[in-house]
Write a protein that binds this ligand. Structure first.
Ligand code: HEM
Length: 164
């Protein structure tokens, strides 16, 4: 008689476990600024997901809307690829056509991920992008800085979101 097949229990991949604090859907608001533009406010939905028993990859997506009017703004998606040694590589495709490869580090105890662009492609103005994500007090907050052909690295986006 054939033995019943029992699939292994669903587990978060070992390399993803230290970043499990990111997993889920987050909603909140942010503010944008840069010396060359008018400040603006936005709402955002951000998702980090991982398929148990699969590759050590977190799927990432962000959608934003103009605050008050709900008119769609920027969107982006990509893959976060954590390594066992605490380093991480992230690829992101933006709705503007810009493509970025980010490299950095994460600290599971501090619940912080720090990323710096290793590559910015198909961008007319952007030279460099940094992203810092933190989770604390049940909030995910991030700061995105950019450098352009005219301006040094400085904040473009700051947002704070709660898990839904
Ligand atoms: C402007 C890049 C994310 C909304 C800009 C500019 C650049 C840029 C290069 C033009 C700056 C200049 O002309 O000197 C980026 C990059 C992003 C990003 C690299 C992500 C890493 C976002 C997001 C939003 C947004 C998430 C909306 C929630 C805007 C707005 C402007 C702007 C409203 C001003 C546009 C205008 O005045 O014509 N961004 N952006 N950006 N960005 Fe972003």
């Amino acid at each position: 008689m054939a033995a019943n097949f029992m699939p292994p229990p669903a587990t978060v991949h070992q390399a993803v476990q230290p970043l499990a604090f990111l997993l889920g859907t987050w909603r909140g608001q942010g503010e944008g600024r840069f010396p060359t533009i008018s400040p603006f406010a936005y709402s955002e939905e951000l998702n980090f997901s991982h398929s148990p028993n699969k590759k050590p990859i977190i799927t990432y997506s962000s959608k934003t809307w103009k605050l008050n009017t709900n008119q769609p703004m920027h969107a982006e998606s990509g893959y976060w690829r954590p390594q066992i040694d605490g380093t991480i590589e992230v690829v992101i495709a933006q709705s503007t056509g810009l493509a970025e490869v980010q490299k950095g580090t994460f600290d599971a105890e501090q619940r912080i991920v720090k990323l710096k662009s290793a590559l910015v492609g198909n961008a007319s103005k952007v030279k460099q992008i940094t992203r810092v994500f933190k989770v604390g007090n049940e909030e995910l907050s991030y700061v995105v800085e950019m450098a352009t052909n005219l301006n040094d690295l400085q904040p473009h986006l700051e947002a704070s979101l709660k898990k839904i």
